[in-house]
Each structure stands twice: as structure tokens, then as C-alpha cells.
Design a protein around this ligand. Sequence first.
Ligand code: FES
Length: 203
Amino acid sequence: MIELPTTTPFFADKADVVAEIFSRYPEGGRRSALMPLLWEVQRAERFIAESRMNEIAELLDITATDVKGVLTFYSAFHEQPVGKYHMQVCSTLSCALAGSDEMYDYLVSELGIVNGETDSEGRFSIQKVECVGSCGTAPVLMVNDTYYERVSKPRCAHLIAALREDEQPEPWRERGGDTVSAEKAKPLSGPTPNGGTQEGESP
Ligand code: FES
């Protein structure tokens, strides 16, 4: 179950964290600490409640409306609880051409939830997102902050099975020269180079 935050101020016992974040910015540039403070909350609680917005506004001497304006601009921040594993399917052109729609459909059929929903256990949530900046390795699926690139159906199945066991696999990095696997993944949809099917491929 998702635990809702208490009324205890989030940063009450985190003076060192706040000081470290503030130290990254020059005097007078404290407003720039907004994003890292939002991340601190979201990393811990998976979303940013109204009370946390107020607290951050107070720390930065800005209004809660200023905080909310930034929070709602970036799809990476959430006002509602998301799952422990937040599955973000890139749906922009390169990924769409490489099969992100099929990836989304596969996730929906496997997880039983649709875009914007969280499952009853609070384990998985799905969100369609715009380009996440890795078009050359489409289709891309992000799980929380981790990129999984060139996601094939077998890889997707492997990933879901691992996350059900709380064993998140290492990210698949397939940009340019830093490929960790000798074998390139096939696109999620369409024929494989040898004309065969992707079903049954190893991840
Ligand atoms: S279109 Fe998906 S990463 Fe750019």
C-alpha cells in the first residue's frame, strides 16, 4: 500500500540536506534550489503533496503557487502517488515508429492498468511521456529514473517479471559505443532481420 505522508515537515530533520542543496547556488540564487528540493521529496514519497509544496515555498521564500507552477510544468513530478515502479513510455515520433504503442499495449495487458493509473498494490503505474531524449535508441521505457532502451517484447517481459520480484535489472545502455550486450535488441514490433518472430527471444 502507498503510505501517505504525515503532517510532519519533510525537511524538519534534514537541515544538512537543505544546506548542501543551498550550497550549490550563489547567495541570491536560492530559488534555483527548487528543483532539487522537489526531487528530494519525490524520491522519498513518490509524489509531492500540497503540504510539501508549502514547506518548500517557505524554505525558498517564494509562494506555493510558484512551486506548483514548476511542479506542474514538468511531467517528471507527480502531484498524486505513483507506483513503486513508475513505467514511463515515450510516445513521441521516434519511439512511436519503433513500437512504443505496442510496448504500451503490452504493459497495459500485463499490468492491468492504463495511462495515469496505479495498481492496487501501489507497485506499478504507467504514464505516457514525451521525448525523453534518447531517440536513437527507441523505443525507450523509463522506470523511475532508469532508462531501458531498444525495448523488445522479451525484454519488456523480463523487466516486468524482475520488478515483480523487486529486482530491477541494470539499465540497457545502447547508445553508440557503450553497449553492454554483444547482441542488439530487436525493435518491439515488426519483423526481425531474419524474418522470424520475436516471441521466445531471450531478453
Ligand atoms: S522519441 Fe522517444 S526518446 Fe525521443
